[in-house]
Design a protein around this ligand. Structure first.
Ligand code: SAH
Length: 393
């Protein structure tokens, strides 16, 4: 039925593929028929049994990213991609509450779709194309998104995607059609936010923290809350919605601080102070016993595996400061979103900070990304957001 070029795996190197890990490194490749970068290849074992199909790229560290592990001959046409996106929509409809219209629709490997991230903000889809293979099918994907009720598509490319994967698609509104309601207003668990998909960080919002923000809301009544690395105020707004007595948001970016203030006004909240400052300095200089709850949600300090030990020092420092200064009986929400810091390592870093602080600490909850950021059990690297809710005495 299909005639995709065949890529043969070396004998003895099939194990991770049989375990459905989606990445094939160059050292595992025995041979490949003539193909071009981004093409779909059929992956076979040394006895020519079909192991599945993936996107090929000989310049990438990962030669093939698998998106299908069926041993059938399959045609990867519009109906196939439509089915993948429909399945993802069904999953989100099950888990995302009615009063939320911002969610991740496709989470790359976590949705068996390497090379693609799609975030939905109302009727706008923000798309990140991370692999040439996805670029080659992007017109089909955009048509499917349009048919599914997302007529506005913003393509959000980062510079390094182009360098790594030879993705040449440009950042911008698809077909030059900006969303008429830019900046886009979304609602998350009943709270309004304005999202700047063009200039904002990530695709505009940190959707992955939705459930954790909701948890904060349930614990905030009459509490003083410090939200560090606050960006556009996500955690702060939930704390205020949960009747916190005072919320302070701190972020080094003046633009983020302005957006935070804007979101506070949009929801008519008071009892809030936004400060544009470096959180390391702020945590160092603030007095003790001012806050009942502290949120530590920094950017990924380790962006590469080489940066892990320096990043660990950064995580330890902010945790130590917060632990030392929080009120007795206080709560700390502490996170790392770095893919290179494993959950186990993160726990050890926090443990080190607790020991140095001399406080008594219990872990009340282990936190992760929301269910619209699923983790393929075959691809543990997808578990990037780790958090702990600490009770500090
Ligand atoms: N918690 C946020 C997301 C945080 S993103 C949310 O739920 O939406 C990380 C933020 O940290 C960014 O806004 C960035 O501007 C800020 N940041 C990075 N380094 C910082 C520093 N040293 N001090 C204060 N803010 C910093």
């Amino acid at each position: 039925m299909d005639n995709y070029p065949v890529l043969k795996i070396k004998k003895g190197r099939e194990r991770s593929l049989l375990n459905k890990h989606p990445w094939i490194f160059s050292g595992a490749v025995e041979s490949v028929q003539e193909t071009t970068n981004g093409q779909i290849v059929q992956v076979v074992d040394s006895s020519s049994n079909i192991l599945g199909h993936g996107f090929y790229h000989d310049k990438n560290q990962i030669t093939v990213k698998m998106f299908d592990f069926s041993s059938e001959h399959t045609l990867f046409d519009e109906a196939y991609w439509e089915y993948k996106i429909s399945s993802a929509i069904t999953l989100r409809n099950t888990f995302i509450s009615q009063n939320t219209n911002a969610y991740r629709l496709i989470h790359a490997e976590g949705d068996f779709f390497p090379g693609l991230i799609i975030d939905i903000y109302a009727n706008t889809a923000v798309v990140q194309i991370l692999h040439k293979g996805v670029q080659l099918i992007s017109e089909i994907l955009f048509k499917i998104l349009n048919d599914k009720g997302f007529p506005f598509i913003f393509i959000k490319q980062k510079e390094h995607h182009r360098n790594n994967d030879n993705v040449t698609i440009e950042k911008g509104w698809y077909k030059g059609k900006p969303n008429p309601s830019h900046p886009i207003q979304i609602i998350e668990n009943g709270i309004k936010f304005e999202i700047d998909v063009v200039n904002g960080q990530k695709t505009g919002f940190f959707i992955d923290q939705r459930d954790n923000r909701q948890l904060l809301k349930t614990l905030s009544k009459n509490k003083t809350v410090l939200n560090t690395f606050s960006y556009t105020g996500g955690f702060s707004l939930y704390a205020l919605a949960g009747d916190a007595s005072k919320v302070v948001s701190v972020d080094v970016s003046k633009d983020a601080t302005a957006s935070c203030i804007n979101n506070i006004e949009l929801n008519h909240f008071t009892k809030h102070k936004a400060i544009a400052a470096d959180c390391f300095d702020y945590l160092k200089e603030m007095p003790s016993d001012e806050f009942d709850i502290i949120v530590l949600d920094p950017p990924a300090f380790a962006k590469t595996s080489k940066a892990v030990s320096q990043a660990a020092r950064g995580y330890k420092e902010i945790n130590l400061k917060a632990l030392s200064k929080i009120k007795k009986g206080g709560l700390i929400f502490t996170y790392s979103c770095s893919q290179y810091i494993s959950p186990d390592l993160f726990r050890k870093i926090v443990f080190g900070a607790v020991v140095d602080s001399g406080r008594n600490v219990q872990i009340l909850k282990q936190l992760s990304q929301g269910s619209d950021h699923p983790i393929s059990i075959f691809h543990p690297e997808g578990e990037y957001l780790k958090g702990l809710l600490l009770l500090v005495n």
